[in-house]
Design a protein around this ligand. Structure first.
Ligand code: HEM
Length: 174
């Protein structure tokens, strides 16, 4: 299934906006998580978590999901294929991994958002959870940066399946 040039451009723009957009959203989430963990001002340490829940639920999650779907369209609708090049396969696995970790984090994020509305919450409370949000957001950001690098550099390296398809195409041409 190969896309027409016009559709391919629209699909690629959608893919880049959703995937690089998710990177920006995770960076914002990380900044808020760091403030929530490190500020000495108790009300300030409470303030980021409702916003973090909104960003995670309505920005990061939909964008990562859209990035996965549009990435699949890019892979299956072009000669890159889904299982032919290691860089595409690695991107698929990293994006799936990011999505799963994010889904697993959602409970903790919601818990922090609810707890932060209580005026009795101190900056010394739930430190383990606050730290975990910083660590996971930082990890997610690193993974998304790596994925973006892979997308632009597109390192050589074909899978066994990719080589077979390549040989078949060469054979078909002669
Ligand atoms: C959040 C994760 C992702 C990021 C940050 C990302 C980023 C990008 C960027 C910036 C490009 C444009 C590169 C260029 O035109 O030179 C691109 C292209 C591409 N992406 Fe992704 N991507 C992600 C996920 C995925 C996934 C999950 C897949 C496959 C399942 C995928 C498959 C592709 C393919 C095949 C292209 C090449 C399209 C073409 O040149 O025709 N991407 N990606």
């Amino acid at each position: 299934m190969i896309m027409t040039p016009g559709f391919r451009k629209i699909a690629l723009v959608t893919h880049i906006i959703s995937s690089v957009g998710s990177l920006g959203a995770v960076a914002g989430f990380l900044a808020l998580a760091i403030v929530g963990l490190t500020s000495q001002d108790i009300p300030v340490t409470r303030s980021p978590y409702v916003a973090m829940e909104v960003i995670a639920l309505f920005v990061v999650l939909p964008l990562v999901f859209a990035s996965l779907l549009t990435g699949l369209v890019q892979a299956l609708g072009t000669t890159w294929g889904l299982f032919r090049h290691y860089w595409v396969l690695v991107k698929l696995l990293l994006t799936l991994f990011t999505l799963i970790v994010l889904l697993l984090q959602m409970d903790g994020i919601s818990y922090m958002a609810t707890a932060s509305t209580e005026t009795t919450l101190l900056n010394t409370d739930l430190v383990g959870l606050r730290r975990s949000l910083v660590i996971h957001a930082a990890g997610g950001l690193i993974v998304l940066l790596a994925t973006t690098m892979l997308s632009v550099y597109k390192p050589h390296g074909m899978t066994r399946h990719g080589w077979r398809k390549h040989q078949e195409r060469k054979g078909g041409r002669t």
